[in-house]
Design a protein around this ligand. Structure first.
Ligand code: UD1
Length: 420
């Protein structure tokens, strides 16, 4: 296991290139189950989660070659294989994204139930309910979702809550279903739109992506396609937070500017200057002295829950009091106790955190608990006085490509070391 040793107090300056979006790459990879043949996918971030997904596809007889952010895949069409084993699913909840494509293409799916994680229970009942409505026989047996359908049938699906991977799973399943499927209360996240664009290149008939009603007309067959995955808005937002807090002048290249409005607005509210140079370039200038701002996490286009920990980290040193309300996951405040160990003044009440800005954070030994929490802790380490050791940094590695190297290129002082 690795840890980060961060010597805080350095300003960030220079240029940084944003990687491909993890949450777009993962569903797009699973969509290759839907048609046999060869695929070439670009801008794929080299991350633990992506490598886990490729391993899972390998188990399903989809061969791959991953190098330099490109993946070439060959789906050999082995319909006898339809099991996503516990060993792989337990390390990455997004593995459940193979459920819809497997059922639609191979007629069977056996996918280990992902179980809970540090940020909450995270059930997949909405995925299962929708597939049952589409005619699948679906049960839970020995910790696995076991599903069967000769051919799924289109229908109207009303999601009880906005679910990103739920929308993606059912959208993929519906591409090969008989007739029309309409998804109501669908997720509008840009990654859902990116997946829809890829599916359309494969021959799927989809309209309404990016709104809360998505219509899919089933086709009898899809074909393989090549695609370039969109850039990662959460990585870009994390960099904005880091620079806001440390102070400095940074240009972000290959940023998905159009879908970052909620984050950009909040960063501007804290007193930083953010220029939209063009549709893929942002420039942030900060003197490191931030005003407080309140945040409520919401489905897209609201403020992303995946940005909550990072924003909280910068609020710990703001001038004033801010309230951060987490509406998406019930237990996504694991970073609070670690930030408090560094001197932050945070009080939790139900789903809200009240943060009173302090003069300084001081370096400490702290523990990463989940992916985005660890990004918040890295930001805290960058602004703290002295040295911060962040243990269990593998959580960060699941979702940020070479983040230590990228931040060091901007002037940060982060060392990756082996931890006991
Ligand atoms: C995705 C993202 C994750 C992000 C989250 C919310 C991927 C791979 N991951 O996760 O980074 O934090 O969206 O933006 O894209 N729920 C149910 N039943 C279900 C499905 C969801 O109760 O069947 C609940 C969840 O527990 C949660 C809420 O709905 O409280 C939203 O979850 P969801 O959008 O499904 O999150 P993921 O798709 O897992």
């Amino acid at each position: 296991m690795d840890k980060f040793v961060i010597n805080g107090g350095k300003q960030l300056n220079g240029r940084i290139k944003i990687s491909g979006a993890k949450n777009s790459a993962l569903p797009i990879l699973t969509a290759t189950i839907l048609a046999d043949g060869d695929y070439s996918l670009g801008n794929i971030p080299n991350l633990m989660d992506v490598r886990t997904m490729l391993k899972l596809l390998g188990v399903l007889d989809i061969k791959y070659n991953f190098s330099e952010n490109s993946v070439h895949l060959k789906n050999l069409g082995n319909n006898e294989l339809y099991t996503a084993p516990y060993e792989l699913v337990k390390t990455m909840r997004a593995s459940v994204l193979v459920l819809g494509p497997l059922l639609a293409r191979r007629g069977f799916a056996k996918v280990s139930l992902p179980g809970g994680c540090a940020i909450g229970e995270r059930p997949v009942d909405q995925h299962m309910k929708a597939l049952a409505q589409m005619g699948a026989k679906i049960d839970i047996e020995h910790g696995y979702i076991v599903a069967e359908a000769a051919r799924l049938k289109g229908c109207e699906v009303y999601f009880d809550m906005v679910t990103v991977t739920g929308t993606e799973n059912i959208m993929m399943a519906a591409t090969l279903a008989e007739g029309e499927t309409v998804l109501y209360n669908a997720a509008q996240e840009p990654e859902v739109v990116d997946l829809a664009k890829f599916l359309k290149k494969m021959g799927a008939k989809i309209t309404g992506e990016g709104t809360n009603v998505i219509t899919i007309k089933g086709v009898s067959e899809l074909r393989p396609a090549d695609y370039i995955v969109m850039p990662d808005r959460i990585e870009a937002g994390t960099v904005l937070c880091a620079v806001a807090a440390t102070g400095g002048d940074v240009v972000l290249e290959d940023a998905p500017v159009d879908c970052m409005k909620a984050t950009i607005d909040k960063i501007i509210e804290t007193g930083c200057k953010v220029d939209i140079v063009n549709s893929s370039t942002l420039r942030i200038v900060s003197n490191g002295k931030l005003r407080s701002a309140d945040v409520v996490t919401q489905p897209y286009p609201g403020f992303a829950t995946d940005m909550q920990a990072q924003f909280m980290a910068i609020m710990t040193r703001s001038q004033g009091i801010s309230v951060i309300t987490e509406n998406i996951f019930e237990n996504r405040f694991m970073h609070v106790s670690e930030l408090k160990r560094m001197g932050a003044d945070i009080r939790l009440k139900d789903r809200s955190a009240v943060i009173r800005g302090v003069e300084k954070l001081s370096g400490a030994d702290i523990m990463a608990s989940d992916l985005r929490a660890s990004a918040g802790l890295v930001i805290a380490g960058l602004i703290a006085e002295g040295t911060t050791n962040i243990h269990r940094i593998y959580h960060l590695d699941r979702g940020y490509e070479n983040f230590d190297i990228k931040l060091n290129n901007l002037g940060a002082d982060i060392r990756r070391e082996k931890d006991e």
